[in-house]
Design a protein around this ligand. Sequence first.
Ligand code: NAD
Ligand code: ZN
Ligand code: ZN
Length: 361
Amino acid sequence: MAHEVRGVVATGKGKPVSLETVLVPDPGPGEALVRVQACGVCHTDLHYREGGINDDFPFLLGHEAAGVVESVGDGVTDVAPGDFVILNWRAVCGSCRACLRGRPQYCFATHNATQKMTLADGTPLSPALGIGAFAEKTLVAAGQCTKVDPAASPAAAGLLGCGVMAGLGAAVNTGGVSRGDSVAVIGCGGVGNAAIAGARLVGATTIIAVDVDGRKLEWARGLGATHTVDAKDGDPVAAIRELTGGFGADVVIDAVGRPETYQQAFYARDLAGTVVLVGVPTPEMTLELPLLDVFGRGGALKSSWYGDCLPSRDFPMLISLYLQGRLDLDAFVSETIALDEVEDAFAKMHRGEVLRSVVAL
Ligand SMILES: NC(=O)c1ccc[n+]([C@@H]2O[C@H](COP(=O)([O-])OP(=O)(O)OC[C@H]3O[C@@H](n4cnc5c(N)ncnc54)[C@H](O)[C@@H]3O)[C@@H](O)[C@H]2O)c1
Ligand SMILES: [Zn+2]
Ligand SMILES: [Zn+2]
């Protein structure tokens, strides 16, 4: 029997999203049906709506969520009805070449639910990042459910499902930031500010936040930035160098994902430093750099998918730090909204008014 729920659907490129009736099948083998409690609005949802990811419209948006497992299909043993879970988009396969080499955080064959959720007329939906959680219920692969302590608020916990994990992991996992490091983060939305919180968590001593919006820089200070740079006021590369003894930062994180911010990150890092790209570029963007600078400056140029996280390892640990008061996930929740306010939330995100709007269900 399919469950009839309301969900936020992007029907075509650039078109405002709409609230539609969505049919969610009962879980089949290896699947779980989850009653969504909260789902954050991530910039990637907007990328989907704008056709920046692919053309598989209609999309069921939302992918940064927490909820309670309602039922599971045959063969599911890791989660059970009643479990409080964060949904992840890295359900590892255990058998691809990355998994077999003991690097499941890079799993190249992650899985999602097999059955399709549909519109009322049977049109299959493409769930954003294989999740589709701007809906009262969603169907995922059981491996996409990571059980965490139910003492956490769903709005805060859900943020680990994408943006906060992506940013925090870009600093801590991909960038390898550790105590005593200097770090600069370009772009301080939900993702960049999570990189800042991560850098503080592991003991970076200089944490420089760069944005073009003063409000974001203020939030960044609250989350751990020791210095802020408004890129509207001049060259951020010069400012970052000045704040790091003239050398540049050990790790620079580009949480915008444009050629110009990547170039800034490249030149704002110290010799042998690391650049981490976590912002998502669009297909037409290209980059030109003197190859001699790529060579001569040494170090590492990395990109970070989902903060190179392993949900089963990282989500319970970060929820534990949150519950101990050592990681302020609540600071990322700027507002809670209803399902029919996602389009407004995109506009607020565009205007820079929020770190995260979170749909509460
Ligand atoms: N790699 C991943 O796994 C992953 C996961 C989630 C999101 N993302 C991507 O991360 C990026 C950021 O996401 P978000 O939700 O934080 O978005 P956001 O829109 O909330 O934040 C972007 C920030 O960048 C700032 N900015 C824009 N242009 C700038 C410039 N030239 N210099 C400095 N700052 C500038 C904006 O003012 C804003 O504060 C997006 O591209 C998103 O798709 C990547
Ligand atoms: Zn794998
Ligand atoms: Zn996201």
